[in-house]
Design a protein around this ligand. Sequence first.
Ligand SMILES: [Zn+2]
Length: 222
Amino acid sequence: MAVPKYKIYEYWRDKAITRSFQVKRLCDCTPEDDEVQVTGAPDEIFCWACQIPPYAQGEHRKLSALWNSDGLLQRAHILASSKGGENLPSNMFLLCPQCHAESPDTTNPRNFFAWVYYKRTHENFAMTMQKDFIKAAEILNVDMRELETQLPTVQTAEELSYLREEMVRRCAMHGTFLAPMTKMMAMVDWMTDEESQREFARWRKNRAAVPREREAEETYIK
Ligand SMILES: [Zn+2]
């Protein structure tokens, strides 16, 4: 039987990976370790390599239910079962499908942790998005400097969900996988489309007119 994701979380929640690729308890780390904490807040679900969060997360009263109902992360073996790796939380790590496919599968677990450390510090979700965005602009022959001046400042959670809906309208998936270039090219399209930008500005202006109390009601009472 598969190990519940919550069990894996419970094992890793107080662990960190150091710059020398050792697994240590967070409370034992020293400044020289320059560690990355494996997990975040107890109810924060994200890939433990690139930190991508799931698109949707149900509401659960219990943390275990929240973790066990997650549909994004896969259970990756640190030491492959074909090489004697056990089905134990200490030998498992929660990764998104892309990272799972990319993760090293050697007989030396140190390689796995070195890769996780690199992903967290050099290729995390935000950094990769930025690189892909620049690449998409380059492919589409759009001047990045110009794009930067009209970059919409999406600040609130509500604006973020507006943007997400806009992207859902414009993007198709490769099976369950949304290719980075799909997302970033759609983003460049959205930003360079004057009508879309006018619409966003109008929407934002209307939202600003909504009293705070009503906004709170709309956000939490469903
Ligand atoms: Zn990932």
